[in-house]
Design a protein around this ligand. Structure first.
Ligand SMILES: C[S@@+](CC[C@H](N)C(=O)[O-])C[C@H]1O[C@@H](n2cnc3c(N)ncnc32)[C@H](O)[C@@H]1O
Length: 268
């Protein structure tokens, strides 16, 4: 990632949540401040990269499942930095012609995504904030690329844990759900801190200085986010338990209590 290409307002000294995530995934789109903050997180929660890898695998399985249900439109909110097997690429494998809109509120993510992802006529990259769903759903580029009168899959993967309770994430998700056509789907994944919750405040503290602030939640605080959706099997579970197609990458995860919950629900 070339700092000179990142545009005005770019400060490589502020740890960036998307670039920290990239570092956890073993990517190269990160700077020293991102790596330093990520390393601090790792000191408290060494299993984080395992969970994040499973999150990307969940993304692949969920998009494939949704394509199998006939979904041809994807709205990925909190898209993050492009990495391997992005939503539109998985969708193209299983639903040729599928359209994807990537949404993020981070200008650096948007710049990078526009450079790397918008090479396909099936893809758009749009600035938007999950805290203002109506602006996303009425955005001219979203409306011209997706037909929201027809079913769409909204992906909220590893983003809701950046919304504090004061932003009322339940209300925001409900607002999205209610705006979607019947037969649409919402997929959510959210870090869970059931295992050793006493580690959570230190991690929240590290993210206080970052571009997005992580909010630690336990399972019982996460499952209400799926309210109003007809959950597909197996419901809300740990990432590796959702329609698994391979063994868990690292058996150490099997010994961890709920670490990252996910689920996919249909809008009726
Ligand atoms: C950890 S990344 C997740 C990337 C991808 N969804 C995945 O699961 O692999 C979270 C992304 O959410 C974005 N984000 C955080 N808060 C947001 C908000 N309120 N609105 C839009 N994007 C947000 C961050 O900029 C970051 O790119």
């Amino acid at each position: 990632m070339d700092p000179a290409a990142m545009g005005p307002g770019f400060d490589p000294n502020v740890p960036n949540a998307a670039r920290m995530y990239d570092y956890f995934l073993g990517g190269k789109d990160n700077f020293p401040a991102d790596r330093a903050a990520a390393e601090q997180v790792l000191r408290h929660v060494p299993e984080i990269p395992l969970g994040i890898r499973e999150n990307r695998e969940f993304l692949v399985r969920a998009v494939r499942f949704l394509a199998g249900q006939g979904i041809r439109q994807f709205l990925d909110i909190g898209a993050g930095l492009p990495t391997q097997r992005n939503v539109h690429q998985v969708a193209a494998e299983h639903a040729p012609g599928a359209r994807t809109v990537y949404v993020d509120n981070d200008p650096q993510v948007l710049a990078h995504a526009r450079a790397l992802l918008q090479d396909s006529p099936q893809v758009r990259v749009v600035e938007g904030d999950l805290r203002r769903p109506e602006e996303i759903l009425t955005h001219p580029e979203v409306r011209s690329h997706l037909d929201l009168d027809r079913p769409v899959a909204v992906l909220l993967l590893a983003i809701v844990h950046f919304l504090p309770d004061s932003d009322e994430p339940r209300r925001l998700i409900k607002e999205i759900r209610e705006a979607l056509a019947p037969g649409s789907y919402v997929a959510i994944s959210h870090v869970a801190v059931d295992e050793r919750p006493e580690r959570a405040p230190a991690v929240e503290q590290i993210y206080q200085g970052a571009s997005a602030q992580f909010v630690a939640r336990q399972s019982d605080e996460i499952t209400p986010f799926f309210e109003g959706l007809d959950l597909v099997e197996p419901g809300v579970v740990n990432l590796h338990q959702w329609r698994p197609e391979h063994e868990v990458f690292d058996p150490r995860l099997l010994a961890v209590k709920n670490y990252f919950l996910c689920g996919v629900g249909r809008v009726s």
